[in-house]
Every structure is written in C-alpha cells, then in structure tokens.
Design a protein around this ligand. Structure first.
Ligand SMILES: *[C@@H]1O[C@H](CO)[C@@H](O)[C@H](O)[C@H]1NC(C)=O
Ligand SMILES: *[C@@H]1O[C@H](CO)[C@@H](O)[C@H](O)[C@H]1NC(C)=O
Ligand SMILES: *[C@@H]1O[C@H](CO)[C@@H](O)[C@H](O)[C@H]1NC(C)=O
Ligand SMILES: *[C@@H]1O[C@H](CO)[C@@H](O)[C@H](O)[C@H]1NC(C)=O
Ligand SMILES: *[C@@H]1O[C@H](CO)[C@@H](O)[C@H](O)[C@H]1NC(C)=O
Ligand SMILES: *[C@@H]1O[C@H](CO)[C@@H](O)[C@H](O)[C@H]1NC(C)=O
Length: 472
C-alpha cells in the first residue's frame, strides 16, 4: 500500500460542487457532480449520492431534509431525475439507466435517510467545511490488546524438507448466463457479448466461443474447462476462492439469479475438485444485488443480507465447520484452522468499500469485523499459530480509516500473519506493507490474483502457489 494514496480525500471519486444563484428572490442550488472514475458502478453510486443530496436541496429547499424522501411522490421525482441524469451524462444507454435506477432506488434512499444527513452536513458535503461538518466517514481506531508486540524475527527461507502445500487461488469468475457466441463484442452497455448487445456489423467484432477480449464475461463452458484443467494439475491441498461469481450485468440482477449462480458455481467447483479438496471462499462485491450493497448486521429484515449469507452457509457447509458458518451467517466472515499451526481468516471486504452505500449510515468498523480480527490474531499469537488472510477487495482500495486500521493491525501482528490473498482488480498484482515508524522495512505483502473472467480485455487467470508452511 502506498501510504500517500491513503491520505487522499475520503471522497476520492466524488466531488460535489454547489453554487447558489440568486434567481428573482429565491435561492436556487445548482449542482455540479464530478465523479473522477471511469468504472460504471462507481460513477453511478457517486452520481446517486451527490445527485440525491443536491436534488433534495433543490426540491425541498435548504432547510427541510431527507424525511421528505419518505414522501413517495418525492422519491418518484428523485428517481426520475436521477435516471435522466444517468442518461444525459451518457453513463449508459437509456434502458440500462432506467433499470439500474429502479434496482438501486429503494435501498439507496433508505440508507440516505438512515444516514441522518442534516442540512449542515449536506452543505459540508456539497460546499465544504466552511458551511458545516461532514463526518459520515469519520476516522475511527480499533483497540489493540495491551500485550506488547513480540520481537520481530527477520524472515528466513524455510529449512530444506519443511512441509509444503499446494494451494490453488481462484478469483473473479463472473459467469455470464446470457453470454452468446456471435453477438456483438463491442457495445455501449457495461457488459457486452449478449444477444441484446446488438448485432455485430462488419465494423464490430463478434463474441468468440470461449470468450472475447472486450467488455465481456465468460460462458459456463469456459469456467468448466478451466476447472477441468485445474483439477488435472492437482493434487491441491486446499483452495482459496475470493469471490465475484455473477456477471457484470449489474442493471438487471435479481436475488434469485444471484443465488442460483452462487449454487451452480459452488457445485461445479465441488464436482471438479472432488470431495477431498477443501475450498475456502470469501465474499465479493458482486455477490449481492444491487451490486456493492452489503448492509451491516445491524440492518434486520428483508433489506439485510440474510438472503445471501444464509444460502452461502448452506452451499459452503461441506467445506466449513459449524463455528465458521455461524459468523458467515452473521456478517459474511469467518475463521478456522486449516491444519495444526495454520489458521485462516476470511474477511468480508464489502464492509471496507467506498461503493457500499450502506456505510453512509455508519462506517465505523462495520460488524466489528476488524476488532474481531484483532482477537483472532491475538489468540493465534498466544498459541504460536500462523494466519493467512483472504478477502475480495484488496485493503489498499478501502475507505481511508478502514485501510489505516488494517495497516496498523498488520504492523502489530506481522509475526503472525504469514500470507494475504485478495482479488477484485482482475490483474496480477501485490500490495506492500511497511513498518509504520520508518516506512522503509517491508513487513507483509498482499497478493492480488488475476481474474478468471476476461473482463476487460484480459486472458483468464488462476494462480497456484507452493506454500511453505513453517510450523513453529
Ligand atoms: C486514532 O489514533 C491516532 C494515532 O494514535 C490518533 O492520532 C487519532 O487521533 C485517533 N483517532 C481517533 C478518532 O481516536
Ligand atoms: C441468442 O440468440 C440466439 C439466436 O436467436 C439463440 O439461439 C440463443 O439461444 C440466444 N442466447 C441466449 C443466451 O439467450
Ligand atoms: C429493464 O426492466 C424492464 C422492466 O422491468 C424489463 O422488461 C427489461 O427486460 C429490463 N431490461 C434489461 C436490459 O434488463
Ligand atoms: C478421498 O479421500 C478418501 C480417504 O483418504 C479416499 O478413500 C477417497 O478415494 C478420496 N476420494 C477421491 C475422490 O479422491
Ligand atoms: C424483499 O426484497 C426483495 C428485493 O428488494 C423483493 O423482491 C421482495 O419482494 C421483498 N420481500 C418481501 C417479503 O418484502
Ligand atoms: C457505529 O458502529 C459502531 C461499531 O459497530 C458503534 O460502536 C457505534 O456506536 C455506531 N455509531 C452510531 C452513530 O450508531
């Protein structure tokens, strides 16, 4: 992690600039939304947050606030204007803009209401600190136990003959059920190579049989072929699978589809790798619908993530012990012992993500996940156990406070954390951690694996690694 990037403003891709214009005798707000990112869903969420706040000011005047959203007529108006904005800003084609607005609308407006954003906070968000205090993503600190950090032992290569394990690392499968060979590989939608991407003309490329270098995900045959190949290159001692099962058709996803894709891919992996290979999954940001929508466990009822986490617990039960399933159902994270001397922690990185609009309600250590991680790491340190951490979004891409706290934890437990494995970026990378005092001594590394999907313009990837596990 480049520490400098963490110091950037929390609203990295969002800057809302508002001007007041005296029009006759009333004040009218003019909103300029700048979303500094090219990624479609990020721009959309940015537009939603900035746009709803601005529109609310515009519709309701600057004194009255989000309780007016409860009025369904206003909700309707806001949704309509946001869909129009999406179309006019050319974020996507009209039908995509309209469908995604419908899909996000209820949850985003609910979260905005619950975020208790008052006029002064909205003003601070829009205009800056001169007119109010805005601390939705206020800084926070986890508490470390009083146990002093053990002396640092410089790393050394394992002795010859140390036990070795072969670990397979899969991430970002993104299976597209509607992938259609021969359809247009270039289109205006966030996802192409489908029958409704339009017909390829002499100028436009066609979707291939196995996949395409374009904005396309994969047909099931390619996923299956990859799994067959992977099974043949075994034996594997275990597998890390760091999420993102569904395709990028984020404007048209239903809970039923997401769950059916989760089930199909889980069973396919189980079938190809066999019952003797344990797979340890982590939850990606695309598992939910609307995409990135992961309410913390304090949200109950039909809006909660219970529909998703409960099905995951059912499907992953052959791989995970009961205690792990319990925390999976609660917050989508878990820990278990892989073998004596080695523990795994699977984090739900959606609780660190800028794009998870539920964090507008409360971004302080959602689900108490990092405080829980500290407890797990302390217990492992006490036992002399090593720990691997897996998750979907790499920690360097999280909200500032979450990233800083995670960095701090990695510093404290550098002697215990033996490996970190993430996905999400679709490319083969790593992020470095340095000592906090001097920022010169590298002390940990997070490996980021390439995606299985070709989205965007990639070859399918997987990683196999030889883990030397030194049991102390
Ligand atoms: C968090 O800890 C840092 C470093 O010790 C300190 O500077 C900061 O004020 C703390 N922040 C909060 C919100 O407690
Ligand atoms: C796409 O259209 C073709 C031709 O009409 C049809 O055979 C195919 O089943 C369709 N594919 C999907 C995924 O709907
Ligand atoms: C958009 O929504 C309409 C109505 O709900 C639906 O008929 C249509 O299939 C959706 N379009 C896409 C591209 O998903
Ligand atoms: C799984 O392991 C058991 C016990 O070691 C063995 O009998 C069985 O053949 C293995 N199954 C497969 C599919 O490898
Ligand atoms: C729960 O929410 C989903 C998605 O918003 C919706 O389709 C479903 O109808 C809701 N169920 C109930 C019982 O309200
Ligand atoms: C936010 O969540 C944290 C931890 O989950 C909790 O301690 C805190 O009280 C919450 N803050 C508010 C304003 O609800």
């Amino acid at each position: 992690i480049d520490l400098r990037t963490l110091r950037k403003p929390l609203f990295k891709y969002t800057s809302c600039v508002a001007h007041t214009h005296p029009v006759s005798q009333t004040s009218c707000w003019k909103l300029k939304v700048q979303c500094h990112t090219r990624a479609f869903t990020k721009r959309l969420v940015c537009l939603w947050i900035c746009g709803s706040v601005g529109l609310c000011l515009w519709i309701c005047g600057s004194n009255v606030f989000f309780n007016h959203f409860q009025d369904s007529v206003n909700e309707e108006r806001v949704a309509h204007v946001l869909a129009e904005a999406c179309i006019r800003m050319h974020l996507a084609e009209e039908r995509v803009c309209r469908n995604i607005t419908e899909l996000f609308r209820d949850d985003v407006i609910w979260a905005l209401q619950k975020s208790l954003l008052w006029p002064s906070e909205a003003c601070a968000l829009l205009v800056g600190p001169s007119c109010g205090k805005f601390d939705l993503y206020a800084p926070w600190n986890i508490t470390l136990p009083k146990v002093p950090k053990p002396p640092v032992i410089p790393p050394s290569a394992p002795a010859a003959g140390s036990p070795q394990n072969r670990v397979l690392f899969l991430t970002d499968i993104h299976w597209d059920q509607e992938y259609a060979e021969g359809s247009a590989a270039d289109c205006k939608d966030p996802l192409c190579c489908r029958n409704d991407s339009g017909t390829p003309s002499w100028r436009r490329r066609e979707a291939g049989y196995w996949g395409t270098y374009s904005k396309c995900d994969l047909p099931l045959r390619t996923v299956e072929h990859l799994l067959q190949h992977v099974a043949k290159s075994g034996p594997w001692d275990w597998v890390y699978w760091t999420g993102d099962i569904p395709a990028h058709n984020v404007w048209a996803q239903t809970r039923a589809q997401q769950l059916s894709e989760l089930t199909v891919i889980t069973r396919l992996i189980h079938k190809h790798l066999g019952p003797n290979v344990t797979v340890y999954p982590a939850i990606g940001n695309h598992e939910s619908t609307p995409v990135n929508s992961f309410p913390p466990p304090s949200e109950h009822g039909n809006r909660s993530s219970a529909w998703l986490y409960n099905t995951m617990a059912e499907e992953w039960a052959p791989w995970l012990p009961e205690q792990a399933l319990k925390t999976l159902r609660y917050g989508g994270f878990y820990t278990l012992q892989i073998q004596p001397g080695l523990r795994l922690v699977s984090l739900n990185m959606n609780y660190c993500a800028r794009e998870n609009f539920w964090l507008m309600v409360n971004s302080t250590d959602p689900a108490n996940q990092l405080q829980w991680l500290v407890q797990v790491l302390q217990a492992s340190e006490d036992k002399g156990e090593k720990v691997h951490i897996i998750g979907h979004i790499p920690p360097g891409l999280c909200l500032g406070s979450w990233s800083w706290n995670y960095y701090h934890i990695v510093n404290r437990y550098e002697g215990t954390i033996a490996g970190q494995f993430f996905g999400h970026t679709h490319t083969d990378e790593f992020q470095m951690f340095y000592d906090e005092e001097t920022l010169t001594r590298p002390l940990s590394v997070a490996f980021v694996a390439p995606s299985v999907t070709t989205y965007v313009n990639l070859n399918p990837g997987k990683k196999g690694s030889l883990e030397e596990v030194t049991v102390c």
